[in-house]
Design a binder for this molecule. Structure first.
Ligand SMILES: Cc1cc2nc3c(=O)[nH]c(=O)nc-3n(C[C@H](O)[C@H](O)[C@H](O)COP(=O)(O)OP(=O)(O)OC[C@H]3O[C@@H](n4cnc5c(N)ncnc54)[C@H](O)[C@@H]3O)c2cc1C
Length: 301
């Protein structure tokens, strides 16, 4: 039995869903990346913890996947299991008074819409970020001056041994596109946000405004992973790339967006190799022209 077959047998015993035919290109917004030998899709904390405990015992390497919207996955795929946090209790969103609790796999947009439906304000700027709540807290995703963590009050996570941890926001750190979860290897299970009551029309108008700004400025008609680079101190990455006359510059199917130079778009058949080469070219060109070294925001597996 191979390691993957042994893990599949363990998953059958746990009653945990899995697939052996998954690919990163179908699970990432870049539509790039090769096979995943074992995609594990737990739908409950209990099953996830069972998997983590077994992985701990066998020292099995694995990767946690959210909605794949900030990821550049390898063309050749990976040779270890990937755990997808998206199904069952992980996609649930519930409202209780002024608080909203979302499973880590729930789309950020679903969280925002649940808040709107309940007449709760505080998440409007996040509407339209295409990731999950767990990926959003890992990255401390944000937009238009807001961050997902702004209205956060607590998070339930699990460490790599399968131990559950509940923390208040004050016990966690969040900074620009970085959080405690970026460093501690824990898996976010669910998060609770404290919001304020406001008229629904006002919340809806703000959400529509932020979504319209995205549609106007971002190349949403092409696969991408959003902004490729972090915002350098005192500059905007997109403006530097545009000023370096790189709009439209392409390597294979990977191209600097004509609409927003901070985005690399997959114009068809782009490989991770194309994107990496293009990133390296952009970094070198911008550094040579302006002396600013751009740091990638997109995570490379
Ligand atoms: C068109 C477009 C627009 C975007 N706009 C924005 C924007 O305005 N602001 C912004 O900040 N980002 C933006 N992004 C990037 C992306 O949506 C965010 O970074 C998002 O938070 C990633 O979440 P995800 O679920 O897709 O994570 P993934 O891409 O699946 O994973 C990203 C990282 O999070 C980890 N992770 C995922 N789930 C969990 C979990 N439950 N527990 C622990 N770790 C986890 C993964 O292991 C990985 O390291 C944009 C992307 C696109 C494609």
């Amino acid at each position: 039995m191979t390691d993957i077959e042994k893990t599949a047998e363990m998953l059958r015993q746990l009653g945990c869903e899995y697939r052996t035919d998954a690919r990163f290109d179908a699970l990432t917004t870049f539509h790039i990346g090769g096979p995943i030998p074992l995609l594990i899709v737990p739908d409950s904390t209990e099953k996830l913890c069972g998997v983590l405990r077994a992985f701990r015992e066998n020292n099995t390497k694995f990767f946690i996947l959210g909605r794949g919207s900030n990821l550049l996955a390898p063309d050749e795929g990976v040779d270890y299991p990937v755990i997808l946090i998206a199904e069952g209790e992980f996609s649930a969103v519930s409202v209780d008074g002024n608080t909203v609790t979302a499973g880590a796999g729930a789309l950020i947009s679903k969280l925002c819409t649940a808040a709107l439906d309940a007449g709760l304000s505080g998440l409007e700027t996040e509407y339209g970020i295409p990731g999950s709540v767990g990926g959003g807290l890992f990255m401390n995703a944000g937009a238009y001056g807001g961050e997902l963590a702004d209205s956060l009050i607590s998070v339930v996570s699990v460490d790599r041994t399968g131990e559950l941890i509940t923390r208040k926001k004050e016990e966690l750190s969040f900074s620009y596109r970085h959080s405690s979860f970026t460093d501690n290897g824990e898996i976010v299970l669910r998060a609770t946000f404290l919001l304020k009551q406001a008229p629904q029309e006002q919340i809806r108008a703000a959400m529509d405004d932020y979504m319209n700004r995205r549609k106007t400025k971002q190349p949403l008609n092409f696969p991408s992973a959003g902004s490729v680079f972090r915002r350098p101190e005192g500059f905007f990455a997109g403006k530097l790339i545009e000023d370096a006359e790189l709009k439209g510059y392409a390597v294979g199917g990977a191209c600097v967006s004509e609409k927003h130079a901070g985005f690399i778009v997959n114009t068809g058949g782009a490989t991770a190799k194309d994107v990496k080469e293009l990133i390296a070219y952009i970094r070198k060109t911008v550094y040579d022209r302006f002396g600013v070294l751009l740091e990638p925001e997109v995570l490379t597996l």
